[in-house]
Design a protein around this ligand. Structure first.
Ligand SMILES: CC(C)(COP(=O)(O)OP(=O)(O)OC[C@H]1O[C@@H](n2cnc3c(N)ncnc32)[C@H](O)[C@@H]1OP(=O)(O)O)[C@@H](O)C(=O)NCCC(=O)NCCS
Length: 177
């Protein structure tokens, strides 16, 4: 009486969330020295990562945190920019998403990695309340490596957001012991 059964969700693979977006860098996307504007890249990554998180969770998602962005190389006007986003780990209601970015410059047309970023999304109901997401099972060596590091990155992000005390970040502390 009154005991509600919670059915565990079927785990999914990172490949189920894989999202690839290719687009041009146009004049309105650039800074005064004709390279892609950082904020434009952040927005494109947010869009690709959002789709990946929605594919994994099959829910509406919101960006909870931008955990890491590394602008390694400039992306000139006229380049083709390809973004690949995949969920690397799912927790209760949140998901870590990796975004890898490559450019193909107008004259060269060889793909070169320019950027990597890690965002966190939370699946929410229509009222914006966090809802549970399926677990994830890594398949490749890179997926496993990203999965393994996700708990540390989550703890760091929660400390920075003031939601976790540093002394409770056991995984993170283990890195330095
Ligand atoms: C993200 C949001 C839904 C979290 O809601 P909340 O009531 O704070 O919920 P909680 O603290 O219980 O956190 C819910 C989940 O988010 C995770 N989370 C919250 N803040 C986080 C952060 N800064 N980094 C990583 N994960 C975070 C929690 O760890 C928890 O994950 P879990 O269920 O997998 O354990 C809420 O803060 C929100 O709606 N923010 C605005 C989102 C938005 O509008 N984004 C677009 C900006 S333009």
């Amino acid at each position: 009486m009154g005991t509600e059964k919670i059915t565990p969700m079927e785990p999914k693979y990172p490949s189920a969330s894989k999202t690839v977006m290719t687009d041009l860098v146009l004049p309105s996307d650039t800074n005064p020295i004709n390279n892609l504007f950082g904020g434009e890249l952040l927005a494109r990554m947010d869009r690709a990562a959002c789709i990946a998180a929605e594919r994994h969770s099959e829910q509406v998602v919101v960006t909870a945190s931008v955990n890491h962005v590394h602008f390694r190389k400039p992306v000139p006007l006229g380049s083709l920019l390809t973004l690949e986003a995949k969920v690397s780990r799912a927790f209760g209601t949140s998901m870590e998403v990796f975004i890898d970015v490559w450019k193909e410059e107008h004259e060269k047309r060889a793909k070169e990695k320019v950027n990597e970023a890690i965002y966190t999304f939370v699946a929410v109901s229509k009222d914006g309340i966090p809802v549970a997401v399926p677990p994830i099972v890594p398949e490749t060596a890179l997926e496993q490596e990203r999965y393994d590091g996700a708990l540390r990155r989550r703890q760091l992000s929660l400390i920075l957001a003031g939601k976790l005390k540093p002394e409770d970040a056991t995984e993170l502390k283990a890195l330095f012991s």
